[in-house]
Design a protein. Structure first.
Length: 69
């Protein structure tokens, strides 16, 4: 199994959860530390990284350079 597949699942799932927390619970952050919505920003970055990894995994299997059993 290619290592990119579980990485895509992990980063995409965690990114979606953090984006959901940032949208539906915007005041659930560490108040003494920051007033920024860190959940929303980090979730968007994780989701973007997950999509990037998905594209790289798709490209590798399309070119035939992915791992084979």
């Amino acid at each position: 199994m290619d290592l990119r597949v579980p990485s895509v699942c992990f980063f995409t799932l965690v990114g979606l959860i953090l984006i959901g927390m940032g949208v539906f619970a915007p005041h659930a952050y560490a108040a003494p530390l920051t007033t920024e919505n860190v959940n929303l920003y980090s979730g968007a970055c994780m989701l973007a990284f997950g999509i990037f990894m998905l594209l790289m995994a798709w490209r590798a299997t399309r070119q035939g350079t992915g791992s084979r059993p």
